[in-house]
Design a protein. Sequence first.
Length: 183
Amino acid sequence: LTREELEVLEQKEFKIPRLAKVRDVFIFCCYTGLGYADVEKLTPNDITTGIDGEKWIITFRKKTNHRSPVPLLPKAIEIIEKYKDYPENAAKGKLLPMGSNQRMNGYLKEIADICAISKNLTTHLARHTFATTVTLANGVPIETVSKMLGHSSIKTTQIYSKVVDSKISDDMMALKGKLSPTK
């Protein structure tokens, strides 16, 4: 998703609780890079204090069993806080309310229609959004993104990381500034 599409999703008020929950989990994935299977298995015990004294999720990816350390951004913390006393979570010992991946993806199609987003919203697209729009486009090095995504190789991350044109423009503007003679 683009930054603008992500903002539309974040700001949209949903009167239907199931759509609000699914949107929140999707946004959480956009800000953590975690895939459906990894979010589904999260418990409150997966939140820890990182080496910087901040809240992190340190987990092992279900798909690859590779370590995935993710410092939590404010939006992800906000979503965790919103659902911390949610009865469904307490009963299951989970961090967030989760339906099946198939059901969530179905609801995400409905959410995309409501928000006039033409892309096929899926939980996997949220992971891609984290890699591109949230991290790489904001100057986070690909090596760092790769580690947070739990990849064993930068080559895997490069598949996600189609460089965003705005990032190329920003980088080249910064270079022009450095190369310009000072007055």
